[in-house]
Structure formats: C-alpha cells, structure tokens
Design a protein around this ligand. Structure first.
Ligand code: SF4
Length: 400
C-alpha cells in the first residue's frame, strides 16, 4: 500500500479538486483532461447509463466539464489555495515526499497536519448511528468543498478553528471515545486527512479499538481515496447533496459536485450492495439529502433517481431543515408543511426506506458554535475529556 499512497499524495488526488495537478504546473488543457479522466475512473466511474438517467431527470449538463476547466483557470489566476500555511511556512497537503513539500495549503484549507475541531459524544445523529449512548464524533477542520451556507463554517473555512494533532494523539482520541461509551466512531469530513486517519486507526486497532466506524462525508472525494478507507469503514453517512448543476453551483460551492458524486455512488453501490442499520450490524450506506431552499423540484427528481438506482442498496436520510449561518444577512423560505407532506408521500410511494427529518423538530433550528467547549445543546452532546485536556493544555491561541 505504501507505494500506492506515495503516488496518491504526490498528485494529491484525495478529492476532485486535484490540487496536485495544479501544483505541478499542468496547463489548463492538461488539467481539464486530468479531471475528465479522473472523475469517471474508467471502470468505476460515470457510465453512459448514469449520464442518461441523470440528464433525463434534468440533472447533468454536458457543459459541466467546460465549466470545471474555467473554474480551475479562474482559481489559478486568483491564487486560490496558494497561501502560506498558518505556521508561516508552506507545504503541500498530504505529501510526505520532500520533493513536493513546497507549495501551498490545499483548496481544503489544510496541510498534511491533522487538525480536529471537536470531539465528543453526540446523540443527534440518525438513531442507528447515535444509539442510546451517542456517536463518538471527531470533527476534522477544513473541507475540500466550500458550500455557500455551510453550517460548520467556523471549522470548514480556510484557517478555521482546530487543534493540531500528532497521529498518536488522534489514535488515543479514538480509544478515549470507545472508553467513554460511544456507540460508533464517527469521522466527520476527514477526506483530506485520510493518510493520517488510516495510520491512527491501525494504531488504535492494535490497542483494542473495536467500534463500528462511520465515514461521514460530503461525498466530494475520489474513488481512489474511498478504495483506501473502505476496508476500515462499516457504515457510510454519505451526503448526496444534489445532482442538479444549478443547485450545486448555488449551494455547494461548485457546480462540479453534481457530477463528482456519481462515481462515488457507483463505487459504493458496487462495494456495498446491501445496507443494514441493525444495532451490532451496521454496514452499507445511509445517504443524506438536504432539501435546499427553492429547490423542491430538484429534490423530487433526486428521489425518483434514488428509487430507480439506489433504494435496494442504500438507505435514505431526507433532511428538510436548511439553516443559513448568518440568519440576519439572508433568509430563505422554509419547507412548508404542505411540501413536507408531499415529500413524505412521495418517499412512501417510491418505496424508499430510511429517515425523514421533522421540519419543525426541536433539533432543527440551531447552529453549532465550535468556539465553545460544547458546540451543541447540552442534551445533545458531551465533549470528550481528552479533547478538552489537549485544547486547554495548549491554550486558546492554538485553537485557531
Ligand atoms: S484534499 Fe485538499 S489538497 Fe488534496 S486535492 Fe483536495 S483540496 Fe486539494
């Protein structure tokens, strides 16, 4: 595996942003080719069948690849992702090869140094994931996507909050969550730290770690990285945010999300043809879809697509509460009770199995505050003492 990892880091193919290709100075054309060659990944990528199903539902535009290339050229011109890191030095993320350790923080906002924004028990995830005791969360800092209205902006934006950890500390955090009684280990947005996460999981397992592992991600990652993490994962909590080009462009930070998610879905369906959410036998994929404001039609299209392609393999978690991070700056019309009831009937009539969030549930309308020791309501979460110990020992200045 070592050689494979080395190749992966050098080209940084952990997510479809492919920063490595840019770092290595490839031309826009070469980059465009790299992206179109990368995303479908030949045998496990987007097939003609996928494309026609999706475009039949008004989802995928043939102009997407051009748009991707243009976005990348613009990003390159503006220098996005090419800043010095927070220590004043520079390094290429995920790269352990010194020949390539000179450059910039990735578009994900991070270097190879793992940073964790919060860890603790959380009882607000879907019931099989939280169980009665709570899911053992590790929220990683940074994110390859930059969604316009991200609820976790304090930690996902470039230079967001987080505590730098050595791999041994990450491994100890996993073991501490197990000791604290966590039902599952829940790794949130860890795509850009996969190499270090694998190292920490190996070390934790050698010390008796045995919790089911939940990979909680935006889905904006490559099939290559999924091949690496897959042997360690029991259940995927996979966002399928949207398959609609316009909705992705408006809400997901990039229109390319709507296409990049397809090979991920195809790979996971192939690897995990069945999902079980039974306590003690968690496996497969629980897909999360959020109804974005003013986009009920795209959700209806998505539900039909899900029923046609995934309902026999995956389970669905349909989320109906969209909360913009700065409520005073922008407001969106929430999903109405009539719309909610229509979605409920549709999910039922399509025979989709899973969960649907109450539009006015008590857990729906708050935003986490990661500057606090407990970012969540007290009844929902307990911080991990080991995380607080590290955070307080290093002082507030290091949690930034
Ligand atoms: S993980 Fe980060 S550095 Fe690697 S390609 Fe994605 S955004 Fe770029």
């Amino acid at each position: 595996m070592e050689e494979r990892l080395k190749v992966l880091y050098r080209n940084c193919r952990l997510c479809p942003n492919l920063c490595g290709a840019r770092r290595l100075g490839e031309s826009a054309d070469a980059l465009s080719d790299a992206i179109s060659g990368m995303v479908p990944l030949q045998d496990e990528g987007v097939t003609a069948e996928d494309a026609s199903t999706a475009s039949g539902a008004g989802i995928v535009s043939p102009q997407l690849r051009d748009a991707v290339a243009q976005e990348r050229v613009a990003a390159e011109a503006s220098g996005a992702g090419m800043s010095a890191n927070r220590n004043g030095s520079s390094s290429f993320p995920q790269c352990r090869d010194d020949a390539f350790r000179s450059g910039f923080v990735g578009i994900c906002g991070e270097t190879a140094q793992v940073r964790v924004a919060w860890s603790g028990l959380h009882r607000g995830e879907e019931p099989p994931v939280s169980g009665e005791r709570g899911s053992g969360m590790i929220f990683f800092s940074g994110c390859p996507l930059h969604c316009e209205f991200c609820q976790n902006k304090q930690i996902s934006k470039r230079s967001g909050l987080g505590l730098s950890l050595a791999p041994g500390e990450l491994s100890r955090m996993m073991l501490s969550l197990q000791d604290a009684g966590a039902q599952t280990l829940n790794l949130v947005t860890g795509t850009h730290f996969v190499p270090s996460i694998l190292e920490a999981l190996d070390e934790a397992k050698s010390c008796g770690f045995s919790l089911p592992v939940v990979w909680n991600s935006s889905g904006y990652e490559t099939v290559e990285v999924l091949r690496l993490i897959d042997p360690y994962v029991d259940l995927y909590l996979l966002d399928i945010k949207t398959l609609d080009l316009a909705v992705a462009g408006r809400f997901c930070g990039s229109s390319r999300y709507s296409e990049a998610i397809l090979p991920v879905v195809r790979f996971l369906k192939r690897r995990h043809p069945e999902t079980s959410l039974v306590d003690g036998d968690l496996k497969g994929v629980l897909a999360r879809h959020l109804v974005f404001p003013g986009s009920i039609d795209s959700t209806v299209n998505f539900l039909h697509w899900f029923a046609d392609n995934l309902k026999d393999s995956f389970r669905l978690s349909l989320m109906t509460q969209f909360v913009p991070p700065s409520r005073e700056e922008i407001s969106f019309t929430p999903v109405s009770r009539a719309e909610y009831n229509m979605l409920l009937r549709l999910v039922d009539s399509l025979g989709i199995d899973g969960f649907i969030q109450e539009p006015d549930g008590k857990d729906a309308l708050w935003l986490p505050d990661f500057s606090r020791d407990n970012p969540f309501p007290e009844s929902f979460a307990d911080p991990l003492p080991y995380f607080l110990e590290l955070k307080h020992a290093r002082g507030v200045g290091d949690f930034a």
